[in-house]
Design a protein around this ligand. Structure first.
Ligand code: PLP
Length: 392
């Protein structure tokens, strides 16, 4: 069948191949350790689950407004005020079926054919694809270990054109775990305000910070707030990836357009999930601290073990739940061609699944998720070390 040009332009995710291979090996009874996960390995807190049950029992199973329940928007409004010191009106907030959906509707609502969106490398896999689906052109700026994977105003200047419409910031970052400081955000904000560029601020890992603090770029002043669209949700913060609740907060007209788009495509996010999200934002927040503590202690335990692998270079991440080592030297020591081959062989022979950096635009790195118990992580790192030492 002849497919549209639009979908033909989509790049299939290279993580799919590795996940398929890992699943194949698992099905054949092999003890694969997966470090490729993109979701917390915690159950959704009980109070949130109960809130969903209660909603269903009370008959809250019908359509809601396409942009979300007013009560959930109020909970998000209060959350933004409490955590970011930011005031948004309810018509400046839209609830979506996950942060990914909010991003999708956002790009569809701001981009015309040929508009450019600056995407710092390494990037979360869906950004370029969503930009392309909306007719936009991804324009990349490469960041690396030298700036702790953070983009500078000089780099932004070098790619600015009269077609530049937006820039995507993701702090804390997937895949690097980097967090922008206030000064670093200020530099991006000044640049964006000077050139009137929209800032897409993906803050989905906001609560997972182990060193430093999360600051929303929108909180740096009224001018930058006007240009910023905050994207966030409960997926990572409350271990609710499958519930599919995210949101966007920003310019009123833009939020209306995104909501109109939802009204003709997805309609409202699942109703019981919205009631669960209200409890997530308004209920007991102890869970956030506990999850944070667990991730931090895993990171502290695993990071020194990782650094013992020959040739490895890795900045200690400050947030999210990923390690993003540069394995260029390790790959060379193993006599392999590239990190993709390293990832493939590691899975086949040592049964450890990691994600190749090529998926995120930086082919010398690999991504290891520590959303896995410490025992499995420790065993996985041991296997990787052995894999390298046997080939040196
Ligand atoms: N943004 C980033 C950077 C992510 O890593 C993810 C999920 O992996 C998302 C957005 C999507 O989140 P959601 O599950 O709410 O759609």
């Amino acid at each position: 069948m002849e497919l549209s040009q639009r979908v033909q332009k989509l790049t299939p995710s290279s993580t799919l191949a590795i996940t398929a291979k890992a699943n194949e090996l698992k099905a054949a009874g092999q003890a694969v350790i997966g470090l490729a996960a993109g979701e917390p390995d915690f159950n959704t807190p009980e109070n949130i689950i109960q809130a969903a049950f209660k909603a269903v029992e009370e008959g809250k199973t019908k359509y809601t407004p396409a942009g979300g329940l007013p009560k959930l928007k109020e909970a998000i409004q209060q959350k933004l005020e409490r955590d970011e010191g930011l005031r948004y009106e309810l018509n400046e907030i839209m609830v979506a079926s996950g942060a990914k959906h909010a991003l999708y509707n956002l790009f569809q609502s701001i981009l015309d054919e040929g508009d450019e969106v600056i995407i710092p490398i390494p990037f979360w896999v869906s950004y370029p694809e969503q930009v392309k689906l909306a007719g936009g052109e991804p324009v990349y700026v490469t960041t690396d270990e030298s700036t702790e994977f953070k983009v500078t105003a000089d780099q932004l200047d070098s790619v600015l054109s009269d077609k530049t419409k937006a820039i995507i910031l993701n702090t804390p970052s997937n895949p690097t775990g980097a967090i922008y400081s206030r000064e670093e955000l200020q530099a991006v904000a000044d640049w964006a305000v000077q050139h009137q560029i929209i800032v897409v601020s993906d803050e989905i890992y906001e609560t997972l910070v182990y060193d430093g603090e999360h600051i929303s770029i929108a909180a740096l002043g009224e001018d930058i707030k006007k240009l910023t669209v905050i994207i966030n949700g409960v997926s990572k913060s409350h271990s609710m990836t499958g519930w599919r609740i995210g949101y966007a907060a920003g310019d009123r007209q833009l939020i209306k357009a995104m909501t109109d788009l939802a009204s003709h495509s997805t309609s409202n996010p699942t109703t019981p999930s919205q009631w669960a999200a209200i409890e997530a934002y308004e209920g007991d927040q102890t869970f956030l601290r506990e999850m944070n503590k667990t991730f931090k202690s895993r990171l502290d335990a695993i990071y020194p073990q990782l650094m013992e692998i020959p040739g490895i270079e890795c900045i200690k991440p400050k947030g999210a739940f990923y390690l993003y080592p540069n394995v260029k030297e390790t790959v060379r020591l193993c006599g392999l061609d590239n990190a993709d081959q390293f990832v493939e062989e590691l899975l086949e022979t040592s049964l450890v699944a990691v994600v190749p950096g090529s998926s995120f635009g930086s082919p010398d790195n690999i991504r290891l998720s520590y959303a896995t118990d410490l025992e499995s992580m420790t065993e996985a790192i041991k296997r990787i070390k052995q894999f390298v030492e046997e080939r040196m």
